[in-house]
Design a protein around this ligand. Structure first.
Ligand code: ZN
Length: 131
């Protein structure tokens, strides 16, 4: 089963989408398999990281912006090469095991949609595969 979600990303941020992925798993009726969370954009990504302390997300964004600053020598005419770099660093998908009808996530893990070129209306997909 394939589920499509939309997201209005008004600022650069990591948006917690764990609830939507859990909802897709519940709606699928699949109790054993995998969930693939996929972002079909080139300046946004998907990652799994800590959901307990919001300062972790704050610090991730600071670290990414220090690691991938805008640079005068970039040639891409759209002017958002730093966003493309950050998107590639995060990757465009995450795969999570489903067992007992639930996502096998660690206690402190959440699934995040990463927006690096706001404001944008985004979408992401959740594919549930029974196995
Ligand atoms: Zn671009």
């Amino acid at each position: 089963m394939l589920y499509k979600y939309t997201l209005s990303a008004q600022r650069e941020d990591l948006y917690n989408i764990t609830t939507q992925v859990r909802e897709a798993v519940a709606n699928s009726g699949i109790t054993s398999g995998i969930a693939v969370v996929y972002c079909p954009h080139t300046t946004a990504g998907i990652t799994i990281n800590e959901n307990a302390d919001p300062d972790v997300i704050h610090d991730l964004l600071i670290g990414l912006n220090k690691a991938f600053p805008d640079r005068a020598e970039f040639r891409h005419g759209e002017g958002n090469s730093a966003a493309h770099l950050k998107a590639s660093a995060m990757g465009s998908s995450a795969t999570v095991i489903i067992d007992g009808g639930k996502l096998v996530l660690g206690t402190w893990q959440g699934i995040y949609f990463c927006e690096f070129d706001p404001p944008r209306n985004r979408k992401f997909y959740v594919k549930i595969i029974g196995a």
